[in-house]
Design a protein around this ligand. Structure first.
Ligand SMILES: Cc1cc2nc3c(=O)[nH]c(=O)nc-3n(C[C@H](O)[C@H](O)[C@H](O)COP(=O)(O)OP(=O)(O)OC[C@H]3O[C@@H](n4cnc5c(N)ncnc54)[C@H](O)[C@@H]3O)c2cc1C
Length: 401
């Protein structure tokens, strides 16, 4: 006998889990399937997870309303109130400050595993969510009236629609023949956490220049020892060389690349190198299925917006499905799911285009472009209005559309 649900969500990453919690709060019955066991092994500070995300004010509010933010231990959260950006190849410099833009903060840094663990803990408490962990879809059939699925474990599920939150390499997206527009950014991101010689001043530091795009993102200090998470985006060949350096040589290169604003004392978490690819599904929905988060789009991490865009998808989808449920409409009907696509696609495309432009402008060492961006940065730095607009957008408080 198939178990009956309103929705099946595949993927219990940050995005799928938030969707499950908010949809369950709207009285919908959810089956959440993930190949992961759901048991996160958390490192103990001063060792941190290498994957960290900057979470905007808007995303924090959504996570709070789902009850997950409150479950994150305070000592695993770092607030950032300032952001400093400079061009290592010129005089270009911009700073952003939360107080000057009337925000409580610019955002928070949290380890991905810590956030997923908090979301999982909250989902385990929900009577509207059944978790099918360490499991995957074996087969599924979609139609306007609903979805029938069989899991590898043999469990059969039926629902009105399926939500694909299974990440950048989404099997559901491929299996259901969603076309994508995609290209290589020509960058790999090296991520790690490192110990530095002084306080980060709750500031996100970002440098552009001959050493690539490098961010030092604040993490909680431990016993007067100071830590930051790094995201260092460089061409693949340079990434290969940086990954081969021993820890001491890597720390020295990092110090140089961050213009010696910090002395890098040690590597706290093993380095990882992640190839970066821009990808955008041409459609987010078909009868019976909707793509959200990285399954629908991936962008360059230079502005720390990927997960925040995914949370924006969740908000739009929950609004659409909760309303349709109250009206008695079939949740998987194309006309219902297209409302979600209309609400999100333009904004996501605008952000992807913005990131491509930033990457080209700030990743270039051509003298003319370097000159252009430095004078552009000087102009931007003087304009409170422009800064306010950009910060409001990054905080998720305004949209392009
Ligand atoms: C270097 C780097 C830095 C970043 N920094 C930031 C940042 O500061 N701020 C920000 O907002 N974003 C950032 N991002 C982007 C962010 O990490 C992603 O957008 C976000 O993790 C996507 O979440 P998701 O839940 O959509 O996908 P995922 O996190 O990939 O989760 C997918 C889930 O689906 C499950 N799954 C996959 N396949 C299957 C299957 N076949 N069956 C069952 N389950 C399956 C997986 O186990 C996983 O749990 C960064 C990205 C990179 C690469």
């Amino acid at each position: 006998m198939a178990k009956q649900y309103d929705l099946i969500i595949v993927g219990a990453g940050m995005v799928g889990s938030l969707a499950a919690l908010l949809l369950a709060d709207s009285s919908l019955r959810i089956a959440l399937v993930d190949k992961h066991s759901g048991d996160y092994v958390l490192s103990t500070p001063p060792s941190y997870d290498a994957r960290v995300s900057a979470i905007s004010c808007q995303s924090k509010a959504l996570l709070e309303s789902a009850g997950a933010w409150q479950k994150i231990p305070k000592e695993r959260l770092a607030v950032y109130n300032n952001m400093v950006v400079w061009d290592g190849l010129g005089e270009g410099y911009i700073d952003f400050n939360a107080r000057k833009t009337n925000l409580p903060e610019l955002g928070h840094l949290v380890e991905n595993a810590v956030l997923c663990d908090s979301l999982m803990a909250e989902m385990r408490l929900s009577s509207n969510i059944d978790l099918y962990l360490a499991d995957e879809l074996e087969t599924h059939e979609l139609s306007e009236s609903g979805v029938k699925a069989t899991l590898l474990s043999g469990q059969q599920l039926e629902a009105q629609a399926i939500i694909a939150a299974d990440g950048a390499l989404s099997k559901l997206r491929t299996h259901n023949a969603f076309d994508t527009i995609e290209w290589d950014y020509g960058h790999h991101a090296i991520v790690s956490t490192i110990e530095v010689d002084k306080e980060h001043e709750n500031t996100a530091w970002q440098s552009f220049g001959e050493e690539g795009v490098l961010a030092f993102l604040p993490l909680p200090s431990v016993d007067d020892r100071h830590f930051v998470s790094i995201v260092w985006s460089v061409p693949p060949k340079d990434a290969e060389q940086l990954m081969m350096l021993d820890d001491q040589a890597f720390c020295e290169r990092l110090g140089y690349a961050i213009s010696h604003r910090f002395t890098v004392l040690d590597i706290a978490t093993k380095r990882q190198s992640i190839p970066l690819r821009q990808r955008h599904a041409k459609q987010y929905v078909k009868a019976g299925i909707a793509l959200i988060g990285d399954a629908a789009h991936t962008i360059h991490p230079l502005a720390g917006q990927g997960a925040n865009l995914g949370f924006g998808d969740v908000k739009a989808l929950v609004d659409v499905l909760a309303k349709a449920h109250r009206r008695g409409e079939t949740l998987g009907a194309s006309k219902v799911l297209r409302r979600y696509q209309r609400a999100r696609m333009l904004d996501n495309i605008a952000m992807a285009a913005g990131m491509e432009g930033f990457k080209r402008l700030f990743g270039s060492q051509q003298p003319l472009l370097v000159q252009l961006r430095n004078s552009g940065m000087a102009h931007f730095h003087q304009s409170t209005q422009l800064k306010e607009k950009l910060v409001a957008r990054a905080a998720g408080l305004s949209s392009f559309s």
